[in-house]
Design a protein around this ligand. Structure first.
Ligand code: NAP
Ligand code: ZN
Length: 346
């Protein structure tokens, strides 16, 4: 058993505090990882604030984990001590259901085991990456390519895969017009990946304040959604829209920007429901879809794709004492474009 240093929160309105958490003894297939960096995802904030329903406190969030293997169980074949590895939003699944067998473990029919705020197969609550160590079964560990720094790699484990997966599935590529709503953590990676796939990319941000960045990330066009003219000018334009917004938006207005057979994929996950007027779909045979992270195989594929195309997130590395402040800045859309905790400061 390893005692890990961590930062935990005790309730929706409570600040983060130091905590010590126990990581289990290594089982046959387990890998012990010394976490070097952990990204802060807006999902951490939704969860810590109880917006997605009841959670078990104290809670150690964090599902964008990058570090080094420091020990392995006797049956481990994929990793050895010293390997550079990552862990994303889930740490286990049944491995036997139809969806797991397809490599879509995130949609495990028995429910995947989330990296934090879940319960593992030993009946223990899972605790996430805002900590110095974690024990994970090797099938839920991915390899970080050598040309990606561990600090920049961490956010890819959620922002990268959550945008790569729908862009891949809905075939963003040459000749396709793709829009990304919201230029935050997910959004900025969506722009970079869609651009690398060869699509013509448009950012739909609340204002034009981040336009220069968006164009640097690979967008060809940038529009402010607070300007009603945007919705008139872009009506019927896009093949694919990825909505990364963490709050409720007027879906009908955005569905109107899709062309015939276009799809709007929601990855943003606000705690409140979004409403759709079916006329927005019927009119041009449009689709409204959702997508949740990606499977382990696809996560490795995304990391290799990013390494090959030289794509990394733009990050601001912070110390563990700055987590509360970082949460406030994310909530104020004042993030450029992902906060990453240097876990040596825990
Ligand atoms: P983030 O960094 O806070 O980015 C969200 C962006 O949405 C903001 O930067 C802002 O962009 C825009 N926005 C925020 N409030 C808005 C409002 N009231 N109206 C319009 N736009 C608004 O968050 P993130 O970490 O990228 O996560 C985004 C969402 O995806 C969260 O809900 C998170 O839980 C969810 N998520 C889902 C999955 C999944 O598997 N589906 C995985 C990870 C995260 P602008 O400033 O450019 O307008
Ligand atoms: Zn996330």
């Amino acid at each position: 058993m390893v005692l890990a240093r961590a930062r935990a929160v005790d309730g929706p309105d409570k600040p983060f505090r130091f905590a010590e958490i126990k990581r289990r003894e290594l089982d046959e297939q387990d890998v012990l990882i010394e976490i070097k960096f952990a990204g802060i995802c807006h999902s951490d904030i939704h969860t810590a604030h109880g917006e997605w329903g009841h959670v078990h406190y104290p809670l150690v969030p964090g599902h964008e984990i990058a570090g080094l293997v420091t020990a392995v169980g006797p049956g481990v074949t994929k990793y050895k001590i010293g390997d550079r590895v990552g862990v994303g939003c889930m740490v286990d699944s049944c491995g036997e259901c139809e969806n797991c067998l397809r490599g879509e473990e995130q949609y495990c029919l028995k429910g995947n085991v989330p990296t934090y705020a879940g319960v593992d197969k030993y009946g223990e609550p899972t605790q996430g990456g805002y900590s110095t160590h974690i024990v994970v079964t090797e099938d839920f560990v991915v390899r970080i390519p050598d040309n990606i720094g561990l600090d920049a790699a961490a956010p890819l484990l959620c922002t990268g895969i959550t945008t790569y997966s729908p862009l891949n599935r809905w075939q963003a590529g040459p000749g396709k017009k793709v829009a990304v709503i919201g230029l935050g953590g997910l959004g900025h990676m969506g722009v970079k990946i869609a651009h690398a796939m060869g699509a013509e990319v448009t950012v739909l941000s609340q204002t034009l304040s981040k336009k220069e960045d968006g164009l640097k990330f690979g967008a060809q066009h940038y529009y402010a959604t607070k300007d009603p003219e945007t919705f008139k000018e872009l009506a019927g334009t896009f093949d694919l829209i990825i909505n990364t917004v963490s709050a409720v938006i007027n879906l009908d207005a955005y569905l109107g920007l899709l062309k015939l057979d276009g799809t709007l994929v929601n990855v943003g996950a606000p705690g409140e429901p979004l409403s759709v007027n079916v006329m927005s779909l019927i009119g041009h045979r449009r689709s409204f879809a959702g997508s949740m992270i990606g499977g382990i195989r696809e996560t490795q594929e995304m990391l290799d794709f990013c390494a090959e195309h030289g794509i990394v997130p733009n990050i601001e590395v912070i110390s563990a004492d700055q987590i509360d402040e970082a949460y406030e800045r994310v909530l104020a859309s004042d993030v450029r474009y992902r906060f990453v905790i240097d876990t040596s400061t825990i």
